[in-house]
Design a protein. Structure first.
Length: 310
């Protein structure tokens, strides 16, 4: 019996070894995988880009240098594009501690400080800042996407960076930045803002009481607007049939008048469909807002003493 066991065990190990040796190669090349991730990034599909980069790291033979670069890229996406500073910090720390020989170390340290500042962990940021050295010229990281169109010291600004900043503007402002001259002017504004911000930081203005109070108020407004938008999006749902019914019920709003204000023609639905939809949306949004605030005030027992207001 013992002899049979000695024969069976090596055979099982051999089969396991053969199975491992026959492990299937990834269906697409590493180059195509990275190109797909870069394409997602360039088209602002940031979550999809991160997913492709992660699969690339998991399924392909990647050098330590390349792995550090990919982690740094993922961290930058979280930091610059998604604004998830906790996730960005996670990936910056991977670069910092797993790949100490990476030329990205100095810049990664600065990014860690930036994340901590945005997470309002000023003491941690100050502690790490004291340990960091200045960025050496040969340590400048590759900046994607697009051609470098400006520099602020060692910091690079690419065409992709400018395009992304423009995409954050309201649509009515984006249409005003189509020509190169207009984009150049906006780029100069961004640079001026960054220079002033850097100067303010060197003067310690982040600790100024008015700055702290203003930051709190801005944060409160942003958070309130975010939850309001989410609630209104769930409650304001407009279908084509709703637009047609609204038009029929409010035909007197969609007429053509002469100089004396006399109605001379009823406008057809096809002429004013977009305007009707916008009016209906605004009306429903306003009602949803009033209902929401009313519910919140009732739930929190809000009282307003109008007679005491002077």
């Amino acid at each position: 019996m013992q002899r049979k066991l000695l024969i069976i065990i090596p055979a099982v190990l051999l089969l396991y070894y053969i199975a491992c040796e026959k492990k299937q190669e990834p269906p697409i090349s590493a180059e195509k995988k990275v190109n797909l991730a870069n394409t997602f990034f360039n088209n602002e599909l940031f979550e999809a880009a991160i997913g492709e980069y992660e699969e690339y790291l998991q399924n392909y033979d990647v050098t330590d240098e390349k792995r550090a670069n990919i982690y740094y890229t993922i961290a930058n996406i979280y930091f610059e594009r998604i604004h998830d500073y906790n996730k960005a910090l996670e990936y910056y720390y991977r670069v910092k501690f797993l790949y100490p020989e990476s030329p990205l170390q100095s810049e990664t340290g600065k990014r860690i400080v930036n994340c901590l500042e945005r997470l309002q962990r000023s003491q941690d940021a100050e502690r790490i800042l004291q340990k960091e050295t200045s960025l050496k010229p040969d340590q400048s990281p590759e900046h994607k996407p697009g051609e470098i169109i400006a520099k602020i010291g060692d910091q690079k600004i690419t065409q992709g960076d400018l395009d992304f900043e423009i995409s954050l503007l309201p649509p009515y402002l984006q249409v005003q930045l189509k020509e190169n001259a207009q984009k150049l002017e906006y780029l100069q504004q961004l640079i001026a803002e960054q220079l002033l911000y850097d100067s303010a930081k060197r003067q310690g203005l982040e600790n100024d009481k008015d700055i702290i109070e203003g930051t709190f108020r801005a944060k409160r407004k942003l958070m309130a607007q975010r939850i309001l938008n989410a609630e209104l999006e769930k409650k304001v749902n407009i279908q084509q049939a709703d637009v047609e019914l609204y038009y029929k019920a409010n035909k007197d709003k969609y007429v053509e008048k002469d100089e004396q204000g006399k109605t001379i023609r009823q406008k057809n639905f096809s002429e004013v469909t977009q305007q009707v939809a916008q009016d209906l949306f605004m009306e429903r949004q306003e009602k949803a807002y009033r209902d929401l605030i009313s519910q919140l005030m009732k739930a929190e027992n809000v009282e307003i003493f109008e007679n005491r207001i002077r």
